[in-house]
Design a protein around this ligand. Structure first.
Ligand SMILES: Cc1cc2nc3c(=O)[nH]c(=O)nc-3n(C[C@H](O)[C@H](O)[C@H](O)COP(=O)(O)O)c2cc1C
Length: 182
């Protein structure tokens, strides 16, 4: 089973990105194990805190390092990605010489109610993840304009076209992990 560290860039309970992650998890069941990072207690990046690293930071780094690959789901905030993800990227990349991201296969997606479904935010995030040293899947891209009617109460994808598109995207991600992972 491929272990996927999942970072959701929204902290709110009813997050559509969290629901989208759960739908992908259901579709990937049996071949990928999703383990969700808890970003709620992550402090803003501060170099001085390495003297006594906060537990949310050490837990995040351990999760990334133990995973076969990473999946990041980002909302779009003011045409970029949320600050909580920037802090996660920065903490993961330090201390100097102990970058947890290096070489990690990674895919980015995200959803918003808006028509362009996080496209701009995802592109900013892609730039930072490349800079952090991850092996980011370039294609296929997945921008999803969220439609609640496409999902059942149990998180399953009820819309046939959406389901087959998400399945094929997950197949590409699995192929990317096999190709670039250790
Ligand atoms: C501060 C803020 C800025 C936002 N900016 C954008 C934006 O640039 N583009 C967009 O499509 N939606 C934007 N939205 C709406 C979000 O897409 C929407 O709130 C979405 O539900 C957030 O994802 P979540 O449900 O996973 O928290 C913004 C929301 C907030 C709170």
């Amino acid at each position: 089973m491929t272990k996927i560290a999942v970072l959701v860039g929204s902290l709110r309970r009813d997050s559509i990105n969290r629901k989208f992650a759960a739908a992908l998890e259901k579709l990937a069941a049996g071949r990928m194990e999703f383990v969700y990072a808890d970003l709620s207690g992550l402090p803003h990046y501060n170099d001085e805190l390495w003297d006594s690293p906060p537990e949310p930071v050490t837990q995040l780094k351990a999760l990334i390092e133990s995973a076969d690959a990473v999946l990041v789901l980002t909302p779009e905030y003011n045409r970029t990605y949320p600050g909580v993800l920037k802090d996660a990227i920065d903490w993961g990349s330090r201390p100097w010489g102990q970058n947890s991201w290096v070489g990690k296969p990674l895919a980015i997606t995200g959803t918003s109610p808006g028509a362009i479904g996080t496209a701009v935010g995802q592109h900013h995030l892609r730039t930072a993840m490349v800079a952090a040293g991850t092996a980011v899947m370039g294609q296929p891209e997945l921008y999803y304009a969220y439609k609640p009617e496409h999902f059942g109460d149990d998180g399953s994808v009820t819309d046939e076209g959406t389901r087959s598109f998400l399945e094929s995207w997950l197949n590409s991600f699995a192929g990317w992990v096999a190709q670039t992972g250790k």
